[in-house]
Design a protein around this ligand. Structure first.
Ligand code: ASP
Length: 435
């Protein structure tokens, strides 16, 4: 029988003592409808009133900060409780392998989809290169390389990493820390249950924050569209590279509506539509915040409480996924790089496209779960095949919009990963007597 037993039989599920149903469940989806209304109203107001909507900017920022405030304690406690919940080191190893295989294969597949779509649609043909300078966002980052991604797994100063929301080293530390705790017997159990309590408390705070989510998403969308100058200006910018935007959207849609649901159904036999509906609050939050990290608290809630993935798998897979598994970003980076090549008229042969495939996969892993992080790691992809970094300037004006879409796909991919890992773990780790 599957349980949530951690080290030496500690019950880490706390299902009996912690009821975090809140307004997510048992509330006739009221939160979801309110959030959807918030997004639509935000879009309409931002479109019509333009810059005037900047007056609600502070509300959106407050909502965003309230979510971000929870991220570090949530990541640390989730990883520690998650790894302890997996049990002994062999189970951790197997579950880790399943998780990484899922992350890598879906990311690689999304890049492949991007490469096919951009080669078929050829959005860069006939488009003029309009940007002449390396944009501020990536200036100074020209020397970023693959070794920097590897280096970012550790940090010389955890407190600084926490202050700067560099999640990767925090995850690494918490994984090792949690793993070591499971070897310390009674003393370890004590510390694990402290983090378990912290985790449960933070999730309760998530519920409180979500009461203002409809207002928060409204303000975020309205002010962002307002900052972009309102509907008419946004539309004009979008149409300038409309075919590029359409290519990205088509690729993202294919991955979200075909690949990922098939993966979900094939491995778990779950209904993708029901799974999607249960993830709606998280996807709406991703759409309005453009940040996988800020969305993390909501993703955990939706995966565990609404889609009923086991707590230990959720706590292990979701923080990891929010940081390293970015299907949407990977697809975007491959489409953008090949688009830039088409614009500047540099033909890319088979091997160059293979290089784009490899570097876009890595660049997505290295991208932080924050707004427009994908633009920065795109430097790695462009440099690998000798494309001009100035090309990124062409994408800037509408990146805030495409970022929201790819972030939503990132979160959707993470959530499906949790269900897949949960099922495979049950099959290959739990039932394996040696495990
Ligand atoms: N904003 C994305 C995320 O947080 C990363 C990116 O593609 O820029 O998932």
């Amino acid at each position: 029988m599957r349980g949530y037993l951690g080290v030496d039989g500690i019950d880490l599920s706390l299902n009996k003592t912690v009821t975090t149903e809140g307004l997510f469940v048992n509330n006739n989806n009221i939160l979801l409808y309110l959030m959807l209304t918030g997004i639509v109203l935000g879009g309409v107001c931002g479109w019509v009133f333009g810059e005037q909507m900047l007056v609600v900017d502070w509300i959106g920022e407050m909502f965003l900060d309230a979510l971000k405030m929870l991220v570090i304690p949530l990541v640390v406690s989730s990883m520690i409780v998650g790894i302890a919940g997996l049990g002994d080191i062999r189970k951790v190893g197997k579950t880790g392998m399943i998780t990484l295989t899922y992350f890598l294969s879906t990311t690689a597949f999304s890049v492949a989809v991007g490469i096919v779509v951009v080669n078929v649609m050829q959005p860069g043909l006939g488009v003029e290169m309009t940007s002449m300078a390396v944009p501020d966002k990536v200036a100074g980052k020209e020397s970023v390389g693959i070794t920097d991604i590897l280096h970012s797994f550790v940090s010389p100063n955890l407190i600084r990493s926490m202050a700067e929301m560099e999640i990767l080293p925090i995850i690494m530390f918490s994984l090792v820390f949690g793993g070591i705790l499971t070897t310390l017997g009674e003393r370890g159990k004590l510390v694990i249950s402290v983090f378990d309590g912290i985790n449960a408390a933070i999730m309760k705070i998530v519920h409180l924050v979500m009461y203002v989510a409809p207002l928060g998403v409204f303000a975020l969308i309205a002010s962002k569209l307002g900052a972009a100058g309102g509907g008419d200006l946004f539309l004009a910018e979008l149409l300038k590279i409309g075919k590029f935007a359409a290519t990205v959207i088509l690729g993202l849609l294919f991955h979200a509506a075909v690949t990922l649901p098939l993966v979900l159904f094939f491995f778990t036999k779950r209904n993708p539509l029901v799974y999607l509906k249960n993830m709606s609050e998280a996807i709406t939050t991703a759409l309005s915040t453009a940040s996988s990290s800020a969305t993390l608290p909501v993703t955990i809630e939706c995966v565990e409480k609404q889609n009923r993935v086991s707590r230990r798998t959720t706590l292990f897979v979701i923080p990891l996924g929010a940081t390293v598994n970015m299907n949407g970003t990977a697809l975007y980076e491959s489409v953008a790089a090949i688009f830039i090549a088409q614009v500047v008229g540099i033909p890319l042969g088979f091997w160059e496209q293979v290089l784009i495939f490899l570097t876009a996969t890595l660049a997505a892993i290295g991208a932080a779960g924050i707004p427009e992080a994908g633009l920065v790691t795109m430097v790695i992809v462009l440099k690998a095949v000798g494309l001009p970094l100035e090309g990124i300037g062409m994408l800037l004006s509408i990146d805030w919009f495409l970022d929201r879409l790819r972030t939503s796909i990132n979160v959707w991919g993470d959530s499906i990963g949790a269900a897949v890992v949960d099922t495979l773990e049950l099959k290959y780790v739990e039932e394996d007597g040696s495990g």
